[in-house]
Design a protein around this ligand. Structure first.
Ligand SMILES: Nc1ncnc2c1ncn2[C@@H]1O[C@H](COP(=O)(O)OP(=O)(O)OP(=O)(O)O)[C@@H](O)[C@H]1O
Ligand SMILES: [Ca+2]
Length: 572
């Protein structure tokens, strides 16, 4: 739509009324530099667009503002979707201007102003014509705003003390103009929506816009699929959603993709319904009225530039560049942090389980433990501080965006992690216990003194244990992939930490024996330690062929048990 940008196309009555409505009924501002130069317009995007149009029509903002004085203002709000102002003209006439969502304002119009400035009654035919043009504009994703006004008797205007409570009359309006404002889908949004969908994140649009406008925009940015024409409840009006019972809302919440003409409370209702159904909900918003939904959501994302302070305060994350595409980054990094914590836990639990079992079994059976306190301290250091640094700093990978999101009730330690853990821990326990009990014969230490042979055996167990961890640290990087080495050389911190651990381990065994009660090992024993450690790599690959149930182990066992109980005839 190309709006008339020349006031000469209308009669002077119309243009002065339109300009009055634009200049007086606005929360924006126009600044005209005295020494010339570009005119500056401020306000919300909708306000700016309308003021810009006024300027094109030849509006002298300051002059128009002086022509009449404002008696009372009803600020635009998202609930009513209109804003009004009462102005008094020099001839003691009062004009009440309204500006708001087109079809809502149109519904209050009983007449319209024709091209010559004559007031014509709003016949059903004319009403249909206007409604049709609103629909046509909405269908090409224009946001429609109608300007209307009415006359009012100065005598009926409440006195100044009572004016604060004055409810501006909003019926019997005379339609002045309907404008269609293009709010184009920003570059990158379509791709971002696609990425989110691919990652199992459903993008929904809840907007105050007309449902047709909302539908057109949703099609443009890929929230709706152009191949299937959606109907309710995929596409729903805020009013219809609001009218449902709580159960009714929960029943359709999943299917909703676009909600049009919604009030801020509808956003909140949708968030609540989705949360009740067990979904994890993220909400983006900018306005003060978005605050309750941002607060209620699991993750509230406020816009950094256009967002109000209230919205920012109610949110968890502030998107500095106001770009929806940044939401993809949030998902990516969020998943990466979660995955890294899982990797670390898998690694740490393996070490703990193995060390614990080895020492307990040895203590109970032989009364002696192979790993002493200082050695355990060093092992703890490897896995706690260094392990955390190495595994938790893995940068996000594209793979993270190929899998579905983690459910609200999904356990932190997945079945896959338990499987990996058991495979490695069992291997380590088996090897080290065998070494503990028959190590002296296996390592051919029979000729040594008992004391020295014990020390060599224990040092060897300690050294092998540490190497098992060093190699298993690579496995921990990719709990569910067979190739655990992808991208490892790019993670310099990981490589650095593995290197440091290796160097420190050599120093400990070769030079700090007094401290850890170890002895030097010959190169053969070093070699065997490394060989035992490296077996954890192929073992991990083999382990990944073991299938695991999709549901959690606990549920799996409960299910098996109840299935048995439920089918006693088969048991008998
Ligand atoms: N400043 C305004 N003056 C009059 N009407 C407006 C104004 N801003 C928006 N509207 C109308 O109200 C509708 C938007 O209502 P609302 O502010 O509840 O929606 P929203 O989704 O929060 O939109 P926004 O993108 O502006 O944040 C628009 O479709 C438009 O018709
Ligand atoms: Ca808003």
């Amino acid at each position: 739509m190309n709006p008339p940008d020349n006031a000469k196309q209308f009669s002077s009555t119309i243009s002065s009324l339109i300009l009055e409505g634009i200049a007086q009924n606005t929360t924006g501002d126009v600044f005209e530099p005295e020494e010339g130069g570009a005119i500056e317009v401020t306000g919300s995007p909708t306000e700016k667009a309308i003021l810009d149009w006024g300027i094109k029509l030849g509006m002298k903002f300051a002059d128009v503002r002086l022509k009449s004085s404002i008696l009372h203002v009803f600020p635009f709000n998202s609930e009513k979707k209109r804003g009004g102002v009462a102005v008094q003209l020099s001839d003691s006439m009062v004009h009440i201007h309204w500006k708001g969502a087109a079809e809502l304002v149109l519904a209050s119009c009983t007449s319209w102003l024709d091209n010559n400035g004559l007031v014509e009654p709003m016949t059903p035919d004319k009403m249909n014509e206007f409604t049709k043009s609103v629909e046509d504009m909405a269908a090409v994703s224009l946001r429609c705003v109608a300007l209307a006004y009415r006359l009012f008797d100065l005598q009926n205007v409440p006195s100044e003390e009572q004016r604060d409570n004055w409810k501006l009359p909003e019926d019997d309006l005379i339609l002045l103009a309907i404008v269609g404002i293009k709010d184009p889908c920003r570059p990158g949004v379509k791709e971002a929506v696609q990425l989110c969908t691919h990652a199992g994140v459903k993008v929904r649009m809840v907007t105050g816009d007309n449902i047709q406008t909302a539908k057109a925009i949703a099609l443009e940015c890929g929230i709706l699929d152009p191949n299937d024409v959606p109907g309710e409840p995929t596409l729903i009006e805020g009013r219809a959603f609001r009218a449902l019972s709580e159960e009714g809302r929960e029943a359709i919440a999943d299917k909703i993709s676009v909600m049009g003409r919604s009030s801020p409370n509808d956003k909140l209702l949708l968030v609540k319904a989705l949360k009740n159904k067990g979904h994890v909900v993220a909400v983006t918003g900018d306005g003060t009225n978005d605050a309750p939904a941002l607060h209620e959501a699991d993750i509230g994302l406020a816009m950094g530039i256009s967002g109000t302070e209230v919205a920012k305060e109610s949110s968890d994350i502030i998107i500095l560049d106001d770009n929806f595409a940044s939401v993809v980054k949030v998902v990516r990094w969020g998943r990466s942090v979660y995955a890294n914590i899982q990797k670390f836990i898998q690694f740490q639990l393996t070490v703990n389980v193995a060390a614990l079992v080895i020492n307990v079994v040895a203590a109970v059976t032989a009364g002696e433990v192979p790993l002493n306190a200082v050695q355990l301290l060093w092992i703890n250091l490897i896995m706690d501080t260094l392990g955390a640094l190495a595994l938790a700093t893995e940068p996000p990978t594209d793979q993270l965006m190929n899998r579905p999101p983690v459910g609200r009730r999904e356990p932190l330690i997945t079945n896959i992690m338990w499987r990996n853990l058991f495979v490695q821990a069992l291997y380590q326990i088996a090897v080290l216990l065998v070494l503990n009990f028959s190590g002296k014969s296996i390592l051919q230490l029979k000729d040594e003194t008992v004391d020295h042979a014990d020390k060599v055996k224990n040092t060897f167990i300690f050294n092998t244990f540490v190497f098992c961890q060093i190699f298993n640290e690579f496995n921990a990087r990719k709990p569910d992939e067979k190739n655990v080495f992808t991208g490892v050389t790019r993670n310099h911190l990981f490589m650095g930490i593995i290197g440091t651990t290796l160097v420190l381990q050599i120093l400990i065994i070769e030079f700090l024996g007094k401290f850890t009660s170890t002895v030097r090992l010959n190169w053969k024993l070093w070699f065997v330690s490394v060989a035992i450690g490296i077996v954890s790599w192929p073992l991990a690959v083999l382990g990944k062929f073991i299938p695991v149930p999709q549901i959690s182990f606990k549920d799996y066992i409960v299910n098996c048990y109840s299935r048995r109980k439920g089918a006693p005839e088969k048991l008998g």
